[in-house]
Design a protein. Structure first.
Length: 482
């Protein structure tokens, strides 16, 4: 009967079945030839293990089994487009058994016959792989349990990060990495990437540099998402700094970034290929962000959102106050190809809880006055098409009228800009907000949209209403909480 069903319908059925129950879907594939042919690419399109219920041992063992399968069956490896995995510390086999050892015959065939790595790089990859193998320390009570599976004293790869690095190497068409958990353990992914992307002919001077090893996964990765664990909220700065040099990387999303990225000799000589950078939960000032921006001078889209406590810190410690004018200057200097800029911060930065600030600082006589400059002139960004930002980021905020700077959209935005979205700090639109829709410079813009901001509870705000030059006034279609 299946032979009479259109292939497109079978594919849609397996996409849904794979999303609901992957093991059952795989079982069906083994009992039906047409189903197997159609569904195999779907089943292997996304690999990895994000199971929050199981522990790190389970996920690492599953990853090792998956690596062995893909090394032995290269046809399956070519179906992989996405690796999605949760990286955690392991107990080295005490719960689910040790990971199986690396299949060296299949691995050697991959790096010598299929990838055709040059001698220098091949030797470095073999040394790197050997450095990831350890003899596990197994408690005496667990030895008998493990002997039924394999020799517990055999040198094996125990951690998830090296296995992930080898998976990227083994999957020539992988495009997306989504990694959760302990991102600080991913140094091995970055170190293997550095080995594979270096110039092996630098000393000999030959021109055969470009194509020598571009047939492995490091060159095909386009998108990376880094999400962190509650136990380790900081995304290690060195890991980010190394991963942004994946040679084909175009999109990087970081869930949290509370540690700065520092300048290295490599960063001064090489530019990242990232075109879209999103950081959704920032805890950094401009000084710590500047080195990251300098690495990414091919950016076309930049999205940054500062986390909620940062608004409080900027009133208790001067080092946390964001210098928006300097941010604008650094953006102009390093990201001249930028097409879209989106910045967001809760309005607590201009509506602070002064009682909380006084309680934290112990200074009940603190000067309750806020003055800071806006982002300044962005006219040098000749390709900028869209800007989204709070009003205080664009125009600054001055409670001291003598320090006030009056900027208009015409003075801030380049001629290429077509659309502006502005987040105001109040639940109701003021006359000043409405006047922005027809202020100098808006006549050349396709649209100007202003969103309100209303506090729902102590730590929750919504933007539920908008007014627009082109579309009038309306609701967002549901309360957006942040």
């Amino acid at each position: 009967m299946a032979d009479r069903i259109p292939t497109e319908m079978i594919e849609k059925i397996f996409v849904s079945a794979c999303y609901i129950d992957r093991p059952t879907c795989a079982t069906i594939c083994r009992t039906n030839r047409l189903g197997r042919d159609v569904a195999t690419p779907i089943l292997y399109e996304t690999i990895g293990c994000e199971d929050f219920v199981k522990d790190g041992d389970y996920r690492t063992r599953k990853l090792a089994l998956l690596l062995g399968t893909l090394l032995r069956n290269r046809k399956l490896a070519r179906h992989v487009r996405r690796i999605s995995h949760r990286v955690d510390r392991t107990l080295y086999g005490r719960c689910y058994g040790l990971p199986p050892p690396l299949d060296y015959d299949a691995f050697n065939h991959l790096i010598t016959e299929e990838l055709r790595l040059c001698d220098d790089v091949l030797e470095a990859v073999l040394d790197w792989t050997e450095g990831q193998r350890y003899i596990p320390t197994v408690p005496p009570r667990d030895v008998k349990k493990l002997e039924s599976e394999q020799n517990p004293w055999k040198r094996i790869i125990l951690d998830a990060a090296p296995l992930l690095a080898l998976l990227i190497l083994a999957c020539p068409e992988v495009e997306t990495l989504k990694l959760r958990g302990r991102i600080d353990t991913l140094w091995s992914v970055a170190s293997l990437n550095q080995i594979l992307t270096r110039d092996p002919y630098e000393r000999s001077g030959t021109e055969e540099i470009l194509e020598y090893n571009r047939n492995h996964g490091c060159w095909s990765v386009r998108n990376t998402e880094l999400c962190v664990n509650e136990d380790s909220p900081e995304t290690a700065e060195q890991i980010i700094q190394d991963l942004i040099y994946l040679p084909g990387l175009k999109f990087l999303r970081i869930e949290q970034l509370w540690d700065g990225v520092y300048q290295t000799p490599r960063s001064t000589a090489t530019s990242s290929t990232i075109q879209h950078l999103e950081i959704l939960d920032l805890g950094l000032g401009i000084e710590e962000l500047t080195p990251l921006i300098t690495h990414c001078n091919m950016l076309k889209t930049l999205v940054m959102s500062w986390e909620e406590m940062y608004d409080h810190f900027c009133h208790t410690d001067a080092s946390y106050r964001i210098d928006w004018r300097r941010f604008g200057e650094e953006t102009l200097r390093w990201t001249r190809q930028l097409e879209e800029l989106k910045l967001d911060m809760k309005p607590e930065v201009v509506r602070p809880d002064w009682a909380w600030v006084a309680r934290v600082t112990g200074n009940h006589e603190i000067k309750k006055q806020i003055n800071f400059c806006g982002i300044g002139d962005l006219k040098a960004l000749k390709r900028l098409r869209k800007v989204t930002a709070p009003d205080f980021v664009l125009f600054g905020y001055f409670e001291d009228k003598e320090q006030r700077e009056d900027w208009t959209l015409d003075e801030i935005l380049p001629a290429s800009c077509q659309e502006v979205e502005i987040f105001c700090a109040d639940p109701e639109f003021s006359q000043t907000d409405r006047e922005l829709l027809s202020s100098p410079g808006t006549e050349r813009l396709e649209d100007v949209t202003i969103f309100n901001c209303r506090r729902v509870r102590d730590d929750e705000w919504t933007r539920e209403r908008w007014i627009s030059k082109r579309n009038g006034e309306g609701m967002t279609g549901g309360i957006k909480t942040f």
